[in-house]
Design a protein around this ligand. Structure first.
Ligand code: SF4
Length: 169
């Protein structure tokens, strides 16, 4: 029997109540359809660095090449270094997964198009989450996708091709 792929997944997408507001971002298709043929490794970097839940929300701020993850209410709360250190710690475990499904638009997990605040309330969509950027840079061959991309049949097929999974959807 062919073994099931192990996929790392942002824990909030699996229904874990780990968001800053104590909620989740349960994605039924991932859990109820993909979960029939794959196993999941849930990861929440903001929990992982000890911010706790609920917690003050953070956002990306600064220039695109040097973004920081800072508290919205209190910018002196800067968790950039802690998120990178956590990503470094996770690299060995991620060496054993076939792919990674990340939460879109998150200042930690978002792969692209994350709000990046320049000054005050002005922002672009040029950001990548601090944790996700570190993982992408250090594991360039690990297939990465977010839950919004998985809703697009073409991008879903592309991701499945990379992890060697065939799934009728
Ligand atoms: S997006 Fe990432 S950091 Fe935010 S709650 Fe989900 S898993 Fe945790």
């Amino acid at each position: 029997m062919k073994s099931r792929p192990l996929l790392a997944v942002s824990a909030c997408l699996l229904g874990y109540s780990v968001r800053y507001d104590g909620g989740d971002k349960y994605e039924p298709w991932i859990v109820e359809v993909l979960g029939k043929v794959a196993d999941f490794l849930p990861i929440c970097p903001e929990e992982g660095i000890g911010l706790g839940t609920p917690r003050p929300p953070i956002r990306l701020a600064g220039p695109p090449d040097r973004p920081r993850a800072q508290g919205i209410a209190d910018p002196s709360l800067d968790v950039t270094g802690r998120l990178r250190a956590y990503a470094l710690e996770m690299l060995p475990q991620l060496g054993n997964v076939s792919g990674y499904i990340l939460k879109s638009r998150s200042p930690s997990c978002g792969l692209r198009g994350v709000k990046l605040f320049a000054d005050g309330e002005r922002y672009s969509r040029e950001g990548t989450g601090i944790y996700a950027a570190f993982i992408a840079a250090h594991l360039p061959h690990l297939p990465l996708v977010d839950e919004e991309e998985l809703r697009d049949p073409r991008l879903r097929e592309e991701f499945f091709g990379k992890i060697g999974l065939r799934l009728k959807t």
